[in-house]
Design a protein around this ligand. Sequence first.
Ligand code: 13P
Length: 343
Amino acid sequence: MTAQALIDTAQALVAGDKGLLAMDESNATCHKRFAKLNIPQTEDARRSWRELIVTAPGLGASISGAILFDETIRQRTSGGATFVSALEAAGIVPGIKVDTGAKPLAGHPGETVTEGLDGLRERLAEYAGMGARFAKWRGVITPGAGLPSRACIEVNAHALARYAALCQEAGLVPIVEPEVLMDGDHFLARCAEITEETLHTVFIQLRLQGVLLEGMLLKPNMVLPGQACPIQESVDEVADATVTCLLRTVPAAVPGIAFLSGGQSAQLASARLNAMNARFASRLPWALAFSYSRAVQQPALDAWKGDAANVGSAQKALVHRARCNQAARRGDYDALADAPKPG
Ligand code: 13P
């Protein structure tokens, strides 16, 4: 695999106005979301849900790549196609989540380090053989009283860079995802401080470990006040703070930044991305795109409820959210028209 092939894939994933769809929830996370809607927490329900997504008519017009989970990349549609081939047929590049989850960080109560480096070279080779062209690894940074520790930021940045280097060796584009959580009551300024320190540390490690910046994508949080913070800044203030932080920390060689949604409502995730592109796109060195899970999937999951009779309406809801975020990439998202309807 040449460097140019990595660069081509990274650029393709953020080309034009498309973005990524994260559908890589672990079984535990998937079950949490199913449980709220009384959807059976079974392998068959998980497969049906993911089939609904990969076969949604027209999804490829707004989604460039989809991130699968280990179970999902091995599954097939009821028609017998692998999910990988169903995505390829829709013009969507298949990717794979390769971390094995955030585990308690020894000696640091309340903090985690993401695991999955052991055996990663072999797993990446297997996924590449199954058709994956990019990968994802999420490190979690938790704001709190006296948190995050410097240790937490360092170990997660180190692991992200080790993962990214192994991906590029295997010919897969690494999506590097350091997530500063929005849980808690911290102010936006605190999130800005933590995100800036985290991204700065991540890029030091990426450089130290020889990761080709042109052949990777960054998947950060937006700079937001904690969900329980009494002061919730406007859409434009969030856009300003986020772009300021990224301009300070993300080298221009990185082709694209694809945000996670992190628990924002579907509408806010679209509106904030829209504001960033509408206000700053012409001045930014990288594409600002999306790689949402909840902010694209949740309205569709609410519509599906595990009932085969609702597949069509759920697919419409999914494609609608993908199109809203596609419009946000152009700075064309109409928040008023998309406001949730009463009742
Ligand atoms: P959310 O958009 O729901 O935060 O998920 C993105 C993701 O991939 C988390 O790792």
